[in-house]
Design a protein around this ligand. Structure first.
Ligand code: SAH
Length: 263
């Protein structure tokens, strides 16, 4: 079987997982779905049956060629746009060409670029309305941080949308099997509303500074770029304990902090 390790190729073989991904994406007749790394096209086929249009970006030369043949009818009827290239170089604005409303992003992605894909599409000028991704189980757990500590990763996702851990997908559901289990991660309600009163750039500087040194309190980390007195006054105003750690602060409180400090 044809497998290129460098491109993180693990082909999904579980009908159940494919159905769950489809349900998470909830593709409707007038939806545009952007699929990353269609591979052999198992997911593509299902998406084509439900969505109005699928745009699929595949980097691998050989897979691209066989997808072109496999879906020649769909390509001809313009139901499928098959793009040969690297998703990290793909301009989401191109999707406005089809319909200037929004789109859904769906992918069983190469795990080494999970972070880059999340960052690229969550912060894009033209954002998807929802994202359904297969990611490493541990990454999905860290993103939702349910009943656990927040991290730069979890807050960076939650400021743009609502992440949900949908379901675990065992390593054996893929060929070849990856070393670790995976999970289907859904991010809904994606927008930039969080950033109404301050810029994204200023916010991420605040966030990274706040998480700066793991052993330090949030207020001490923030004292690197803000006057200590201003920090303490802000904490008091927000009813935030002076001894709080960055990992215990909710997205809502980060927003309030940014409204005071990022001006
Ligand atoms: N979605 C398919 C294949 C998953 S394997 C399935 O579920 O079976 C990951 C796929 O992403 C492979 O087809 C690989 O060639 C492709 N890929 C890897 N890096 C990529 C990149 N940077 N841009 C687009 N596709 C990429």
């Amino acid at each position: 079987m044809y497998v290129k390790k460098s491109l993180g190729q693990h082909f999904l073989r579980s009908e159940r997982a494919l159905t769950t991904i489809r349900d998470g994406a909830d593709p409707k007749g007038d939806d545009i779905v952007l699929e990353i790394g269609p591979g052999e096209g198992v997911l593509t086929k299902i998406l084509l049956a439900f969505a109005g249009k699928v745009v699929a970006v595949e980097k691998d030369d050989q897979l691209f060629e066989s997808l072109k043949q496999k879906f020649s009818n769909e390509i001809e009827s313009k139901k499928l746009d098959l793009v040969h290239g690297d998703i990290l170089e793909f301009d989401p604005n191109l999707l406005k060409f089809y319909r200037d409303f929004t789109y859904k992003l769906v992918a069983n992605i190469p795990y080494n670029i999970t972070g880059a894909i999340l960052e690229k599409f969550l912060s894009a000028d033209y954002q998807p309305e929802r994202i359904v991704l297969l990611v490493q189980k541990e990454v999905a757990e860290r993103v939702v941080a349910k009943g656990a500590k927040e991290s730069i990763l979890s807050i960076s996702v939650k400021v743009y949308g609502k992440p949900k851990y949908i379901e675990t997908v065992k390593a054996g559901s893929f060929v070849p099997a990856p070393k670790v289990d995976s999970a289907i991660l859904l991010i809904e309600g994606i927008s930039k509303d969080f950033f109404a009163k301050f810029s994204e750039v200023a916010f991420f500087k605040l966030l990274r500074t706040g998480f700066g040194s793991k052993r330090k309190k949030l207020s001490s980390n923030l004292a690197k770029i803000y006057p200590k007195l201003e920090i303490l006054n802000t904490f008091e105003l927000l009813g935030l304990n002076e001894n709080s750690r960055a990992e215990d602060v909710s997205p809502e409180t980060w927003q309030k902090l940014a409204e005071k400090l990022c001006v």
